[in-house]
Design a protein around this ligand. Structure first.
Ligand code: OAD
Length: 287
């Protein structure tokens, strides 16, 4: 079967303060695809065999994996954060300059949601899987810290962590702050404090992104879980894997723009699919 695939490659250029800014470049090409196996909640023996044999497993997660912990996703109709709030007003440096109090308070509300949440069976299954495999890399776009809370060790947080705070001017980290002023001020330089997350227009952490791309290129299998595959450069990681003939698996109750590129598609909630997968890998491992 011939499918038209959108391949996105990562190019990098030096950015502000010597950091790396990653721009996706786009190349359309035809790729012979003869391995589109299934789109179903049924988890085949073939898939379990592939996962059981994989020694270098890479998992990319998005907001969907935390949905069953009660944390809103971004793009789902009505309930998604970007369906209710304008990212231009809340998630850019310009927005913070215009209205730092609004932005600080919105993230304070989200930080509270995250602190009240607990890892769900999907997070816990990934942490359990990591303990079964020598090379396991978890790349997440999520800022909620629930993967580490679930026990995952090797986690690359591509978009930062909402539980951390740093200052706007110099990225000085802040462990604690006075609530006398909103936003609070950095004790080192006096600039406003802000959440340590990646806003639109900002560069991703260069080391983390490099580690992520390296892991993807060397993977035996990649799973993309709970992401709409719309935000770059994370969205190009499954296609980068595919271009290296790494089998790719999607777990998402809804189709995404990349669904047709995946070798296996499990159309169900991560909190149900992942424990089922890990249980079967584990059974096969010990039998
Ligand atoms: P989105 O909100 O764009 O997509 C969430 C995906 O999760 C959707 O495809 C849902 O179908 C799926 N989903 C919902 N419930 C699920 C469940 N129980 N199990 C599995 N999947 C489920 O979130 P992301 O793709 O993570 O960036 O968004 C990427 C980035 O866009 C975020 O990191 C954030 C946002 O702007 C920044 O803030 C920089």
């Amino acid at each position: 079967m011939l499918l038209l695939l959108l391949n996105l490659y990562l190019a990098n250029e030096p950015g502000r303060n010597g950091s790396q800014v990653y721009y996706p470049t786009i190349l359309w090409r035809f790729v012979q695809v003869d391995t589109l196996f299934e789109t179903t909640m049924h988890i085949s023996d073939e898939l379990i065999q592939l996962l059981r044999q994989a020694r270098r497993v890479v998992v990319l997660t998005g907001a969907g994996i935390s949905a069953e912990s009660g944390i809103p996703t971004f793009r789902q109709a009505q309930t998604g954060l970007w369906a209710q709030y304008d990212p231009e007003e809340l998630a850019t440096r310009a927005a913070f300059r215009r209205n730092p109090r609004l932005v600080w308070e919105w993230y304070a509300w989200r930080r509270q949601l995250v602190q009240q949440a607990a890892p769900n069976p999907g997070h816990l299954a990934l942490a359990q899987w990591e303990r079964l495999v020598p090379g396991f890399t978890l790349i997440t776009q999520n800022v909620d810290g629930l993967h580490r809370q679930a026990g995952s060790q090797r986690v690359i947080e591509l978009h930062g962590n909402i539980r951390r705070v740093k200052c706007f001017d110099h990225d000085h980290p802040a462990e604690s702050w006075s609530e006398a002023e909103t936003p609070p001020r950095c004790v080192q330089c006096g600039s406003f404090l802000r959440p340590d997350v990646v806003w639109f227009g900002e560069s991703l952490p260069a080391v983390g992104l490099h580690q992520a791309v390296t892991a993807v290129r060397n993977a035996d299998v990649l799973l993309s879980i709970g992401t709409s595959a719309l935000v770059q450069p994370a969205a190009s990681l499954p296609l980068e894997a595919k271009s290296r003939r790494v089998p790719i698996v999607e777990i998402n109750p809804q189709p995404t723009p990349l669904t047709s590129a995946f070798n296996f598609v499990l159309a169900g909630p991560a909190g149900e699919v992942l424990p089922a997968i890990v249980q079967r890998i584990h059974l096969n491992t010990v039998s």
